[in-house]
Design a protein. Structure first.
Length: 175
């Protein structure tokens, strides 16, 4: 313990500058809110489903809720029931144990519904490809609107994927 305290006392404070952040996406917040209102007329409600992932994607999705990204302020929120959702955000490969649950969640989601496959596992099975417990990618069971590549994808890419799905649905909805 004393050795650790001595080392702390001998260590100088770092003189490196803090790197500048990339806040370019924040300037688009008004446009993002307007896009959501144009498509839905209210907040975008997302039901996130883990279909059998390693939880890497879930950690990145949870980062969207922190004050840095503040997706609640953009008009995007997560809900507990697919009956209240506009979008299903699914992570992980489609496992045998979750196949029926994912199908039921999709059927319970009201129309018009969006499906976003987040991460390599949801789109190609990733490292779980060929496992006896995996049915395949999500697109084998559901029509996927947008896939977000990455293992795990960073929060900004997840946000871009969500917005891309909204824009796809906005162009296909009858006016």
């Amino acid at each position: 313990m004393w050795q650790l305290l001595k080392q702390i006392a001998r260590t100088d404070t770092p003189d490196e500058r803090v790197p500048e952040g990339d806040d370019a996406w924040r300037t688009e917040s008004q446009r993002i809110q307007q896009d959501i209102l144009d498509v839905l007329g209210r907040a975008l409600c997302i039901r996130e489903i883990d279909a059998g992932s390693c939880n890497g994607c879930e950690l990145e999705i949870q980062a969207l809720n922190n004050p840095y990204y503040n997706i609640e302020g953009l008009g995007i929120r997560f809900v507990a029931s697919p009956r209240h959702a506009d979008m299903l955000l699914i992570t992980g490969p489609l496992t045998l144990n979750m196949k029926e649950a994912v199908r039921r969640a999709y059927e319970a989601t009201p129309h018009p519904k969006l499906v976003v496959a987040a991460g390599e596992c949801a789109s190609t099975c990733g490292i779980f490809k060929g496992s006896y417990a995996v049915c395949g990618p999500l697109s084998n069971l559901l029509p996927v609107d947008v896939t977000i590549p990455g293992c795990p994808p960073p929060p900004i890419d997840i946000l871009r994927g969500i917005l891309a799905a909204l824009r796809v649905k906005h162009t296909t909805l009858p006016r």
